[in-house]
Design a binder for this molecule. Sequence first.
Ligand SMILES: *Cc1c(COP(=O)(O)O)cnc(C)c1O
Length: 365
Amino acid sequence: MARVYNFSAGPSMLPEAVLKTAQAELLDYHGSGMSVMEMSHRSKWFDEIITNTEAAMRRVLNIPDNYKIGFFQGGATQQFAMVPLNFMTTGTADYLVTGNFSKKAAEEAAKFGTARIAASSKDRNFTYIPDVQAIDYDPQASYIHICQNNTIFGTRYTEVPQVDGIPLIADMSSMICSEPVDVRKYGAIYFGVQKNIAPAGMAVAIVREDLLGRSARGLTPEQIPTMMNYTTLLKAGSMYNTPPCWCIYMTGLVMDYLEREVGGLEEMHRRNAAKAKVLYDYLDSQDFYRNPVQKEYRSLMNVTFTSPDPETDKAFCAEAAEAGLVNLKGHRLVGGMRASIYNAMPAEGVDALVAFMEKFRAAHQ
Ligand SMILES: *Cc1c(COP(=O)(O)O)cnc(C)c1O
């Protein structure tokens, strides 16, 4: 059986070494006589899994002691609601809208208070990131929310807002663990794991302790639905109810892989930057395909491009799939193509894509 190069935006590729470990441990996890899918979340084996996963994530992301880590169901989309429910204490927050997910986050927050659009890049179809230093932030804002890498439009922040006394909250779903981050710049970070870490079914939140115990203006902390209350869930160590056990296990394997096989996030960043450079250098070298993003904001994870017309885009995706390069169709909001080149995409996959693009160009231009 041949494995393809899978450019899906998520769920997406996982490191082959991790899949093999999961396969080897599938029927009998560490002498338990059962798979992780079958064991009690209160068992000593699972206790070891969740403890080790959290500890490894703390080391890999260099998370300080005054931040708690939680493993939740509901995806990143549920975090869009949990953030305002738990943190919108003044009844207003600043949202920077740089794509579809940050727009959805703002719409969800507007159900609980004022989600003020402090800046937006909609005027140029989200092909850039607003200058974060030039934004007029609301001094009353409970927090500032950003989406650090815009999965659909292929942009990323190169600098993040920093305002004294106003915590920054970031959706890092599509760039988490792709490069080092300075966690201390954030009040909270959250991400769905299915882009760069694990199978679908879990979101992780990293929350600074002093933000806990609060609630949206007009609610008491006790009125927040239990499964959306960071304080309750984090206090219970993500074990208030049955957690997404398999996703936690897979996350642990990937953290282990990042630490031991890759050697940490600086090396991961170097590899990701090198992969992205191959693709962007090729895009810049010809005039058949076009990438619409302002160069300094180009994402290292999601690379968008179009051919001269939608019919040719369609032919491109079909022929690429036949050549073992799958899931290259762009998001319906953007059209064209999108190559998601997350951590687990090997350099050879990007080389194969560029070789295919050039062959296709020569045949169609
Ligand atoms: C995929 C994605 C989401 C949505 O995640 P779900 O887990 O499907 O809810 C949110 N934000 C970003 C940046 C994403 O890439």
